[in-house]
Structures are given as structure tokens and as C-alpha cells.
Design a protein around this ligand. Structure first.
Ligand code: AVJ
Length: 320
């Protein structure tokens, strides 16, 4: 069967680059198609995956304090990087609406499906809410900057999504965010904090194998969208946590030497036995590190809001 060449898409280009590199890599941003969204929603309910529950508790407990600090005008923009299903954000949105606040919500996500669901869901519960979804990467959204107006902005970057970048990349993206904001604007950003390495590793290696399937989904996507013939049973999910750097890294390790054909790229790729594809980083921060990060990217830390176990922080920053 003839397979149309798809070398022009961003995904195709990234797969070609990543699988041609001497250390093979694929970006975790490609985990999130329709199936990946479902898997991640399942992950958020896993007993081992504490991040979502902790942040939920923080937002529920401190919503008044957070909004009292960050709400400076009757009319403002609420921008959210990586909104996903918006379940956590709904705590803040509901609260804002109860207070009669006047704001436009700009949810940004790489997955169009999840944004459609979010918009439908929000407009069902509150018909008057102005929702302006933006489908795309953080980078793209910051270039388009649909929220550029005279109103102040509260930008949300929740869930520990910033953890998917290493430190240098985090500085770059936060500087771009700072540039898209006005002096005095706020950023509420979620960081997973350094803690007992066992607890962290288990969160990325759950007993049910949902995280394994999530990781493998990038290969399933290559099969589906680029005509690949990856045999998913021949790759092993391998997360590891480095307590020094705070980086939890996930790999897919080839269990045998094998050849994979990707028709859409018109290419074959070889894997040695035990060769690894790096797929994800989930960086954990110390308080000191996030202070430095804020300073380097043009913000000051206003206040940290943490759960009782100090596993996670929603850190409120202000643009200098
Ligand atoms: C959505 C980036 C916060 O890194 O913890 C969950 C994604 N990966 N399990 C994370 C994820 C594996 C998650 N973030």
C-alpha cells in the first residue's frame, strides 16, 4: 500500500530528527492525542500520582488568598498554559464568578480535543463566561498572544507542566512568558518539589502500567499518523529519578535488536538491544532553585502555596 509522505508536519520532522540522533529522543508533547489525553486523565486518578491531588488541595484551600493577591482590576485576562481538562482551574473560575469578577479565559493546550471538551463543559455550567481557546504549543501561543489588551493578566501554568522542560528550557519559556506580560501582572505556577525519591519514582511507574501505556503512546502515534510499524511489546517503559538534578526521566528501551519502518518518513530506523529512546523529563524543584528561576526570568516570588506534606507548590510570581 502506498503511504503518503508526511515529512512536512512538525510531528514528522521531530520524529525524524529524534530517531536519527545518536541518543534517540521523542518529545513528551506528542503523548497527547485523543488516546493520550484519556491515559493522562487516568494517571491523574492513580494512587501513586500525587501531583494532581496535591494541587487540587492547594487551590481549594488557598483560592481566596491567591485571588485576593492576584486580582488587581475588575476586568482582566485569565490565561492558562496547558489547560488540559481544566478540572483544577474550575476551582478558581467558579470562585471568580461567585465574586462577580469580569474576565476572559484563554485556555491554551496542544490538544484540540481536550480544549473543545473544556469549553463545552465551562459554558454549560456558566453561560456568561467568555472562553477563547488557543490550540498549540506554548511557544506558538506566546507568539500569537491573543490576550494582548489593556487589562492586567493572571497567567496560570499549573500541574507541574513546567517540569517537562529542563532548567535552561524553563528559563527560556518563562522569559517569553514575562515578555508577554505587563509589569505587575501575575503568574501562578505549579512546581513539583524534591522529596523522597521512592515517592517520585512510583508516581511515574504505577502498578497498573497506565504510565507505561502513556509513554508507549508516542510510538502508537507514530504507527497511526506516520505509518510506522513499531511493535509496542518490544519496548520497555523505564523511568528513573536523579535526586541531585531533580530530573525524573522516562525512556523506552528496546528489548531486542530490531528494525522499524516508518512509511510516512520513507525511512527505516535500527535499534540495538537495550538501546533507549528518551521520551520525557519531569523536573522536581527545590525552593532555592525556583527562587533563582523566578529571578532569572524576570519575576519575583510573591508567595508559595503548598500542601500540608510540602510535596507541591503553586507559586505566585509577579512580573518585575
Ligand atoms: C502533565 C507534565 C505534569 O510530568 O508529571 C504524568 C505528565 N508523565 N505521568 C508530569 C506525566 C507521566 C505530567 N505533567
Amino acid at each position: 500500500m502506498e503511504y503518503t509522505l508526511k515529512t512536512e508536519t512538525e510531528f514528522a520532522k521531530d520524529v525524524l530528527t529524534g530517531l536519527s540522533a545518536s541518543q534517540k529522543h521523542l518529545s513528551s508533547k506528542y503523548f497527547y492525542d485523543q488516546r493520550g489525553d484519556k491515559l493522562f486523565q487516568k494517571i491523574m486518578h492513580l494512587p501513586e500520582y500525587y501531583l494532581t491531588r496535591k494541587e487540587f488541595a492547594i487551590l481549594d484551600r488557598y483560592k481566596d488568598d491567591i485571588l485576593a493577591r492576584a486580582m488587581m482590576a475588575p476586568c482582566f485576562n485569565l490565561v492558562e498554559m496547558g489547560a488540559g481538562d481544566g478540572l483544577k482551574t474550575k476551582i478558581l473560575i467558579n470562585h471568580l464568578q461567585q465574586e462577580g469578577a469580569d474576565f476572559t479565559y484563554f485556555p491554551i493546550d496542544i490538544s484540540g480535543t481536550v480544549l473543545d471538551e473544556l469549553k463545552a463543559d465551562l459554558q454549560q455550567s456558566s453561560t456568561s463566561l467568555d472562553v477563547q481557546p488557543i490550540v498549540g504549543t506554548y511557544k506558538r501561543a506566546l507568539e500569537v498572544k491573543k490576550w494582548e489588551n489593556d487589562h492586567p493578566t493572571l497567567l496560570l501554568f499549573l500541574g507541574g507542566n513546567i517540569g517537562n522542560f529542563n532548567y535552561e528550557q524553563a528559563v527560556t519559556i518563562l522569559r517569553n512568558i514575562a515578555e508577554s506580560l505587563k509589569s505587575g501582572d501575575y503568574l501562578l505556577i505549579g512546581f513539583d518539589l524534591k522529596k523522597d525519591p521512592d515517592i517520585i519514582l512510583q508516581a511515574y511507574n504505577d502498578a497498573d502500567g497506565v504510565t507505561r501505556d502513556f509513554n508507549l503512546n508516542v510510538l502508537a502515534r507514530i504507527n497511526k499518523e506516520l505509518g510506522g510499524d513499531f511493535d509496542l511489546t518490544k519496548f520497555k517503559h523505564w523511568p528513573m529519578y536523579d535526586p541531585a538534578t531533580g530530573e525524573c526521566r522516562s525512556y523506552l528501551v528496546s528489548t531486542q535488536s530490531q528494525k522499524v519502518c516508518i512509511k510516512g518518513l520513507n525511512r527505516e530506523f535500527y535499534f540495538d538491544k537495550a538501546e533507549a529512546i528518551h521520551t520525557e523529563i519531569s523536573k522536581k524543584y527545590s525552593h532555592h532553585e525556583l527562587e533563582v528561576l523566578a529571578g532569572q526570568s524576570g519575576f519575583v516570588v510573591v508567595q508559595d502555596f503548598e500542601d500540608q506534606d510540602h510535596y507541591f507548590t503553586d507559586s505566585l510570581w509577579q512580573k518585575r
